[in-house]
Design a protein around this ligand. Sequence first.
Ligand code: APR
Length: 230
Amino acid sequence: MKALKKIVALTGAGISAESGIMTFRDSGGLWEKHEVREVASIEGWRKNPQLMLRFYNERRKQLEGVEPNAAHHILAELEKKFDLTVVTQNVDNLHERAGSSKILHLHGELTKARSSTNPEWVVDIGYRPIEWGEKAPDGSPLRPHIVWFGEAVPMMSQAAEAIALADMVLIIGTSLNVYPAAGLVEYAAPQAPIYLVDPNEISYPGREIITIREKATVGMEQLKKILTEC
Ligand code: APR
């Protein structure tokens, strides 16, 4: 039995846009009317933890009411023909709900909470809010299991390894603005083709990238045809 070709799909907020979840930088740099750093950074947490708890409680509630879109489903379907790993910057669970089985969340997961002192203590909370004053068993405040600006990205080495071994890399719906995630493209093997799906012009210096200037649901249909012919 021939080994399946390895594909890594690096996804960002754009793949969830057609599910109704706002991207970070499409609306003049505000995320749901907030400056990203105010609601997605460790200094924001220290300054105003109640605002951040409220913000992520709203995001979690919204997530309960949206569905994966065709782009998420196409990625899940591609697992029938490829050994496909999703490396996502998204904290939503739409890849899981579409049926993808190998997913690395670089920036955490909205449906999980963790201890503020021990990043290893993580609990699944589904879509429920985290109430102000809730504590982890170690007595520290319970916080969203999200990687905020100013914090380390624990999954980076796993993601870099997966990309380095990939026969092909897909980049879907990310402005490649935020490091270290954006730097993962550098780990792609020189001979691995890189496809990028985004309705806007995304420049990435240094690598030849085949761009499909479409929104994810349209671009992924085209990409599926290209991939299933090879
Ligand atoms: N289909 C595909 N791509 C889309 C669509 C769509 N329907 N709509 C918008 N996009 C593209 C935009 O053109 C943009 O390139 O999605 C990208 C979204 O970019 P960002 O808003 O910067 O989101 P992302 O790249 O995921 O941000 C990375 O920044 O704030 C942090 O941690 C947060 O994970 C996030 C990280």
